[in-house]
Write a protein that binds this ligand. Sequence first.
Ligand code: BLA
Length: 511
Amino acid sequence: PQTRQPIDLTNCDREPIHILGNVQPFGCLIAVSRDWIVTHLSTNAKNMIGLDPEHVIGTPIADHLPKDVLHSLRSRLQIAAYSETPSRLFNVKALGDDRLFDIAAHQSGTNWVIELEPKGEIETTPDGVWSVQPLVARLRRHDSIKRLAMEGAQAIRAMSGFDRVMVYQFNEDHSGSVIAEIKQPGMEPYLGLRYPATDIPKQAREMYKRSVLRLIADVDAEVSPIVPELNAEGQPLDLSLSVTRAVSPIHLEYLRNMGVQASMSVSILKDGELWGLFACHHRTPRVVDYEKRTMIELYAQLFNYEIALKDSEQSRQEAEDAKELHDRLMTRAADHHGFAKNFEIISEEIRQVIPFDGIIFYSDDRIMRLGSTPDDDQFMALIRFLNTTAASNVFASEALSERHPPAADYANEVAGVMALPISRHPRDYIVLFRREVAQSVKWAGNPEKPVEAGPNGARLTPRKSFEAWQQIVKGQSTPWTKSERNAAEALRITLIEVVLKLSDAAAIARK
Ligand code: BLA
């Protein structure tokens, strides 16, 4: 329906991935109206379940599927009326013969969407859903998010059999980092790498909050269109919650360029927001049947709960660390050597709570500095700019040169700034600096690797996507997070006291 513009980094977040209109070959799709008349069919239904769109569309579904199956589906859908997760039937004789299918059914607009997947050879673990329980119990043993993530990756790998399972955690700017990884030997490690936000565009992140698991069984498989493309009202079928939905061709190319043949990802949600993903890769095609995918989904839901617990524990820990920092700084203040002698130690203490690449302490027209900072003249111009910001507030920017254009001259040293006004008389500051984000973390997209180009060009390799993105974030540092801003606010109060005491001490010492 849409005139398809070429998708690039500036518009790939507008690709309408929920209405691309195709299914993958591991399942077929039937859509029916509220009165159970067939309105849409994927063309592979003909071979898979013997339903030919030409003859079936416009007829009652009851003419084509066994009554007991439809009855079970109806009652499941009724129970699930307000839930966004599909209703499921496993190991069903959906054609009235001995062939077994797993079935998913959900509501999409004025349609019910029914998806059937032939049950393959691979058997689900005999004790089914209960095998999840011991895996969840193992999570309780771990006290850090990283360890928890590693345990989670191990469990997903045990359940799914994928070659590589990663836990991918989103940052506040929607870029993401691989914080845990289990992989087959010989595969290039991705652990610790960071990927730009554009690799999982906004509409995909939104969809993955509602639809928590997607399987791309074979990036080279031929997809089957759902017919008709538009309903009588001229609308395409919304496939957001569909489990056989064929994914964005752009993303398929990205996967091919990464050497991935099958991919599965499972959302990790916290407070209704996308906290991260389990991202799984396989080097050959891989179908994980719906029953097993459901087990994995269930595991992920329980994992979410454990992550939420650990996450709030971690926030509490951060608050505690901030308080301990206060105490340590106050102890320093009792030291009679003055601020200058303590500057390095105090800087390191601050860095533990708010990471930075450079710091300047500016008081009584004196400048003390460490790390990446502007030079004295540049800094004095910055001070005049900071003096125009709201008094007694922490000022933070991840793109200083946008607010203060002269900063473009030292963008190689510094891109982001956080200034804490600390004096009684206007205005002394502790100023924290961050370098450009692209220089400061280990990003994916190894520049030494040769670029292999797919049909849409080299841009869709992790490296090229990274380079394009690097242009977008030029002159920006990693964001000052909410918890860092809060910490800075608290720190400012402490520092005022510390500086006061230390300068008094220094004044006394001078007398
Ligand atoms: C989707 N991108 C995704 C998904 C992942 C990633 C996990 C979910 C689909 C899946 O399960 O495969 C990204 N995968 C990664 C990353 C790693 C990984 C970062 O394993 C790191 C180890 N992608 C791009 C660019 C565009 C793009 C430049 O790199 C757009 C121009 C698009 N990615 C894109 C789209 C989707 C996607 C459109 C949605 C696919 C869909 O669900 O239809």
